[in-house]
Design a protein around this ligand. Structure first.
Ligand code: ADP
Ligand code: GN1
Ligand code: MG
Length: 364
């Protein structure tokens, strides 16, 4: 493997002599390696094998990231005092000029400059970090609002279309390819009972009351990197930047950034949405987006975390019933454990929904 990674690294136009490689991060989708270089002052790199079951059209995927990073680079460079090297993801081209390369097994690889001295959090432990995260996502959305040119490609069709997710779930349940539908009945019933309530944001979207904008679509908290002083630094994982509703970004960040426990916590009693983290995140987010969001978008902001937690529980459960084809798992029942944790988190949000609405009402 080491020889292969070294060979791949050398096929990119990156400065620096290869020292070693190690698996890196806790992402669920790609195979990610940190490539260390030997010389002092040389950049390190992130080498990724792109998951081509999840992303079926690699040229379109890469074209989106090229356009988005080019635009962000230009805008962030114009901000006085910005540190462009650490505030914007940078992809290095392969020696043939393309932004990815295909190896002799047909796997696709890409290389990013490693953002040095960053911190990354799977669990958020203070309102200050939550506020920073909210501000970072709001700013990211604002920076992309004037992306020039044609619409971005839909890298995963209907990614946050909960109505399609519900249909896929029901079809998977009927097909039951791994014989798991029987024992997951309690979780299935929980999901189906809430299905109708979850359609509201998409209904408002269809009616033109909530606009389609450019969104990140995977605002899991560990996709926001922080600096040594715990100030937000850079938004990464740009694979799903495409047209969407702001609610997806707000909701998914709360799902991961206001949960006091891990996304897959086994001990369900440890899982809870912390209302002070919710408030801090919302404050940071609205400090950037207050003047952009329309009245109906604001009215449904408090609902977004419930929707995204529901959708995530359904995605994990669908994958479990389907025989674990989508997410990287670390043990047999991992997707079921993740489902149960998300269900518990959703219950905690439901218990606090009145308070969440009150907070947004005051802040908006
Ligand atoms: P996945 O879709 O699998 O989550 P990511 O693109 O988020 O893949 O990368 C996985 C992890 O690798 C991230 O959570 C982060 O820890 C790390 N990472 C990715 N890109 C960079 C980068 N340019 N600099 C530093 N760390 C990075
Ligand atoms: C995946 O790529 P990563 O690990 O940041 C997934 C998200 C899920 C998340 C759940 C492209 O995010 O949609 O919310 O896992 N990304 C994709 O942890 O499906
Ligand atoms: Mg990620």
């Amino acid at each position: 493997m080491t020889d292969q990674l070294k060979g791949l690294f050398k096929s990119f136009s990156a400065k620096g002599s290869y020292l070693n490689a190690e698996p890196f991060g806790s992402g669920h989708i790609h195979e990610t390696w940190l490539i260390r270089t030997a010389g002092p002052g040389e950049d390190d790199y992130i080498l990724q094998k792109i998951n081509n079951i999840v992303f079926k059209n690699i040229p379109e995927l890469q074209e989106n990231i090229e356009r988005v990073t080019r635009h962000l680079r230009k805008k962030i460079s114009d901000i006085p005092g910005s540190d462009i090297k650490r505030e914007c993801l940078q992809m290095m081209p392969a020696k043939d000029g393309k932004s990815w390369l295909t190896d002799n097994h047909g796997d696709n690889w890409r290389l990013f400059v490693f953002i040095s001295n960053h911190r990354s959090y799977d669990i958020v432990d203070s309102p200050d970090k939550a506020w920073e995260g909210g501000k970072a996502i709001g700013r990211f959305q604002a920076l992309l609002a004037d992306l020039p040119g044609k619409p971005l490609h839909e890298t995963i069709p209907s990614f946050h279309d909960v109505e399609k997710r519900i249909d896929t779930f029901i079809n998977t349940l009927k097909a039951d390819p791994a014989g798991r539908a029987g024992y997951t009945k309690p979780e299935t019933d929980f999901m189906l009972k809430r299905a109708d309530d979850m359609r509201i944001i998409h209904k408002l979207g269809r009616e033109g009351k909530i606009p389609v904008r450019i969104t990140h679509n995977d605002t899991k908290f560990n996709n926001i990197l922080f600096d040594e002083n715990d100030r937000s630094l850079c938004i990464i994982d740009l694979d799903t930047v495409m047209p969407g509703y702001f609610h997806s970004d707000f909701g998914d960040a709360i799902r991961t950034g206001a949960n006091v426990a891990a996304e897959d916590e086994k001990e369900l009693s440890k899982i809870r949405m912390d209302i002070s983290l919710f408030r801090a995140y919302a404050e940071g987010y609205l400090s950037e987006t207050r003047n952009t969001l329309n009245g109906i978008e604001k009215e449904y902001l408090a609902f977004a975390p419930l929707l995204m937690t529901y959708e995530q529980a359904m995605r994990f459960l669908t994958d479990h019933i389907d025989g674990d084809k989508y997410y990287r798992i670390h043990h047999n029942d991992h997707n079921l454990q993740r489902t149960r944790a998300q269900i518990r988190l959703l219950e905690s949000m439901e218990e606090q929904y009145g308070e969440m609405k009150g907070i947004i009402e005051k802040l908006k």
